[in-house]
Design a protein around this ligand. Structure first.
Ligand code: AHR
Length: 667
C-alpha cells in the first residue's frame, strides 16, 4: 500500500514536471517598446433610459426607502466608484435620438411625459434629466459623455444643450440653468453627435450623416477653457464603407469615431448553454480584433498620426431576455462566459491603445452585459464587474507591447486562439499581465518572455468557476468573484503561468525596468534652445521646412519670443533636453495652431494643422543625460497657445522647466 502511494505521488510529480516542460504557448512582453498609454476611458460605461438601467437601477428618487443620495442609489454608486468608472455615456442609445433635453430640466412635476418607443413603450416621466445625470457623474467621480439628438432634434436644440452645460457667460441658457439651481457650468468634455445614425438614429447613408454631422458640429461650441471632444457616429460592426466615408468627410473636426459591435446571441439564454454556446460566444467575441484592426487601418489612411480616437461605445453580449421579463427591457443574467467576453475585449482594446482611446460596455446596470443587477433594494455584482475590478490596474498605465503564439481552441470544426493577453506598467513601476483562457476544458501553460523588465516577485487574481455557466443570483450573490491566484512561477526573467480552463487572470509583478543608455554626449553644453522664426500664414508645419528664417536666436523656453504673439508665424525650436532620472516620460503638447515634438529623432507628438487649443500626448523612454529635441509650431490668426509639459512615470505632470531642461551645444 505504502509502495503504491509512493508510485502514485512520483507519477503525479513527474506529470506536473512534464506539463511545465511541455509549454507550447509563448508570449513576448517587451518593455523596451513602450510608446502608448492605455486611456482609462476604455473602461467607460453606457447607461440608457432602457428597462431598469436608470430607473430603479441607479435612480430611485429622494423619497425612496432604498438608501440614496439626492435620489441616486448609494449601493450602486459605491460599487461603481470601486471599479473607477472613468466616464458614463447617456441618455442612449436609440433613446438619445428621441430625447429632448428640455423635457428633463426644471421642477419634476412640470416635466412632460413621453413614450419610450424604442424600449418597451413605457412612459418616461423625465424625472431623471440633465441635472440628475450630472449629479450621478459627480457621485461616481467620472466624466459625463452625452449623446446628442441628431435623429429627431434640431441643430439649435443640441447647441443650446451644450451652452446650458458648459457656458459661464450670460445667456438665456445659462440663466435657465441658474434658475434650475446650478450656478457654475459643468464643463462636459465628450459629446456624441447622434447614435447609430445608420439604424435607429435615422437610417442615414454615410454621406448624408457626414453632412449632417458637419452641420451640427459647426454650432457645438467649446466654452472657456473646456474643449468639447465630439464623437461622430461610426460603423455598425464590420461596415468598413461607413468608416471610409465618414473619416474622409469629417476628418479632424471630430475627436473620435464610434464603433458598435455586440457579441450577438439573441436566440439563446444567458445561462442555459453547453460547450457549443460557450464556443460560439468566444468565437464571436474574438472577432472584435479583426473589426478594430480593419477600422483602424481605414482611419490610418485619413489620420496617419492617429489623432482621432476609435470609440467602441457599445459592446458586450446580447442574449435572450430572462424568462418572464419585458422583452423591451433587455434584462439578462451574466455568467462566467461574460467574464471571458469582458477580458477578451479589454485585452483587444488595450493592445490597440494607439487608436482605441475610449470604449463603453452596454450597459452599466440591469441591461445587457451589466456590471450590476438590482432587484428592489438588493444588488449583485456580476462576473463582468469582477473582471473590470481586476483590470482597473491597467487604467492610464503604459501598454507593454506583446506578441502571443498559442494553440487553438477547436470545436465543431471551427477554432479560435485559446488565449488572449495584454500587459501594462503602471506609474509605480508594477507590471500587470492579464490573460484569458478561452478553452472550456483544457489548462494552458503559458511562458511569458519579459524583455526590458526584471521581475522580483508577483501575485495574482483569477475569475473562474467550476461550471461554464456559473453566475451570481440574488439568492447566492457571491457564488463567483475575485480569488487569489498562485499557479505561476518567475524564473530567469520569465513568467510561466498555468492557466486553468475558462478563466481570466491578472498577474501583478514587482520589478525594475531594465535601462539602456540612449542619451548622447555633448562637448560643450550651454543653456538655451535655438529658434528660427518664419513670417507667413501657414496651414501646416511642412510649409516652412525649406524657407529662410526671418529671425534666429536663443530662447530659454518653448514659447513665442516676447513681442511676437500677435503675428502669423512659424517657429522651430531645436536643441537638447536634459533628463535627470532614467525612466518613461509622457510629454503633453498643447497648441493653437499646429505643433509637433521630436525627441531622439522620433516624432513623439503630431499636433499639426490649423486648430484651436488641442493637447496631445506621447510616451518615450529616456536615459539620464542629453537628448536631441525639436518642437515645431505655427500661429495663423485667432487664438494663440503653445505649452510643453512632461510627466515622469513615478511623478506628476509638470511644465518643462526651461532653464534646467533646455540646452544647446556652444559652437
Ligand atoms: O444598447 C442597446 C441598444 O443597442 C442601443 O440603444 C443602441 O444604440 C444599440 O442598437
Amino acid at each position: 500500500m505504502k509502495k503504491l502511494l509512493l508510485i502514485t505521488t512520483a507519477t503525479l510529480l513527474l506529470s506536473l514536471g512534464t506539463l511545465w516542460a511541455q509549454i507550447t504557448n509563448t508570449a513576448t512582453i517587451d518593455a523596451t517598446k513602450i510608446d502608448q498609454k492605455i486611456n482609462r476611458l476604455i473602461y467607460s460605461q453606457f447607461s440608457e433610459h432602457l428597462g431598469n438601467c436608470i430607473y430603479d437601477g441607479m435612480w430611485v428618487g429622494e423619497n425612496s426607502t432604498i438608501p440614496n443620495k439626492n435620489g441616486i442609489r448609494t449601493d450602486v454608486m459605491e460599487a461603481l466608484k470601486k471599479i473607477q468608472v472613468p466616464s458614463m455615456r447617456w441618455p442612449g442609445g436609440c433613446f438619445a435620438d428621441e430625447y429632448h433635453w428640455m423635457d428633463g430640466i426644471g421642477p419634476k412635476a412640470d416635466r412632460p411625459k413621453m413614450i419610450n418607443t424604442n424600449w418597451g413603450g413605457v412612459t418616461e416621466d423625465n424625472s431623471f434629466g440633465t441635472h440628475e445625470f450630472m449629479e450621478l457623474c459627480s457621485q461616481i467621480g467620472c466624466e459625463p459623455y452625452i449623446s446628442g439628438n441628431l435623429g429627431s432634434g434640431t441643430v439649435q436644440e443640441m447647441s443650446q444643450w451644450v451652452e446650458y452645460l458648459n457656458s459661464d457667460n450670460e445667456s438665456p441658457m445659462t440663466t435657465l440653468r441658474k434658475a434650475n439651481g446650478r450656478e457654475k457650468s459643468w464643463g462636459v468634455k465628450y459629446w456624441g453627435v447622434g447614435n447609430e445614425s445608420w439604424g435607429c438614429g435615422g437610417r442615414m447613408k454615410p454621406q448624408y450623416y457626414s453632412d449632417q454631422a458637419l452641420h451640427y458640429s459647426n454650432f457645438l461650441r467649446s466654452y472657456g477653457s473646456n474643449r468639447l471632444n465630439m464623437i461622430a457616429v461610426g460603423p455598425n460592426g464590420d461596415d468598413y464603407n461607413w468608416t471610409d466615408v465618414v473619416m474622409k468627410e469629417l476628418g479632424s473636426n471630430f475627436w473620435g469615431l464610434s464603433l458598435h459591435y455586440y457579441t450577438w446571441m439573441t436566440g439563446s439564454s444567458a445561462t442555459d448553454f453547453k460547450e457549443d454556446g460557450w464556443f460560439e460566444v468566444m468565437k464571436k467575441t474574438s472577432l472584435m480584433e479583426e473589426i478594430v484592426s480593419k477600422h483602424s487601418a481605414i482611419m490610418d489612411k485619413y489620420d496617419p498620426a492617429k489623432n482621432i480616437a476609435l470609440v467602441v461605445d457599445e459592446w458586450g453580449t446580447w442574449y435572450q431576455v430572462e424568462p418572464g421579463t419585458n422583452p423591451g427591457f433587455l434584462f439578462q443574467q451574466n455568467s462566467l462566459r461574460d467574464a471571458l467576453v469582458a477580458g477578451i475585449n479589454l485585452n483587444i482594446f488595450q493592445n490597440h491603445a494607439d487608436r482605441v482611446k475610449m470604449a463603453a460596455i452596454a450597459q452599466v446596470v440591469n441591461v445587457l452585459q451589466s456590471m450590476i443587477l438590482t432587484k428592489g433594494d438588493k444588488m449583485l455584482l456580476t462576473p463582468t464587474y469582477h473582471v473590470f475590478d481586476m483590470y482597473k490596474v491597467h487604467q492610464d498605465a503604459y501598454l507593454v507591447p506583446s506578441t502571443l503564439e498559442c494553440d487553438k481552441y477547436s470545436y465543431g470544426g471551427d477554432s479560435v486562439p485559446s488565449l488572449s493577453l495584454s500587459g501594462s506598467i503602471d506609474k509605480t513601476g508594477k507590471m500587470h499581465i492579464s490573460v484569458c483562457n478561452l478553452h472550456a476544458t483544457e489548462t494552458k501553460m503559458l511562458t511569458c518572455h519579459l524583455k526590458g523588465y526584471k521581475p522580483s516577485k508577483g501575485s495574482g487574481q483569477i475569475v473562474t468557476a467550476n461550471s461554464l455557466n456559473a453566475y451570481n443570483s440574488f439568492e447566492k450573490p457571491d457564488a463567483l468573484g475575485l480569488q487569489p491566484f498562485s499557479a505561476f512561477k518567475i524564473n530567469n526573467g520569465q513568467l510561466v503561468i498555468e492557466m486553468p480552463p475558462h478563466s481570466v487572470v491578472t498577474i501583478e509583478l514587482e520589478g525594475e525596468l531594465e535601462t539602456y543608455d540612449n542619451s548622447i554626449q555633448l562637448k560643450n553644453p550651454v543653456p538655451g534652445l535655438n529658434y528660427e522664426l518664419f513670417d507667413g500664414s501657414f496651414t501646416n508645419l511642412t510649409e516652412f521646412i525649406n524657407m529662410k528664417p526671418s529671425e534666429t536666436g536663443l530662447t530659454s523656453q518653448i514659447d513665442f519670443p516676447i513681442g511676437k504673439k500677435t503675428m502669423n508665424v512659424g517657429l522651430n525650436f531645436e536643441g537638447y533636453i536634459k533628463i535627470e532620472h532614467t525612466g518613461m516620460y509622457n510629454f503633453y503638447l498643447s497648441s493653437d495652431d499646429g505643433s509637433n515634438l521630436v525627441i531622439d529623432g522620433k516624432t513623439i507628438i503630431e499636433n499639426d494643422g490649423r486648430h484651436a487649443v488641442i493637447e496631445r500626448e506621447g510616451l518615450i523612454f529616456l536615459h539620464k543625460g542629453f537628448h536631441p529635441i525639436k518642437v515645431g509650431f505655427f500661429q495663423a490668426g485667432g487664438g494663440y497657445m503653445l505649452r510643453l509639459e512632461m510627466e515622469e512615470l513615478k511623478s506628476g505632470k509638470r511644465e518643462v522647466p526651461s532653464e534646467k531642461n533646455f540646452w544647446h551645444e556652444k559652437q
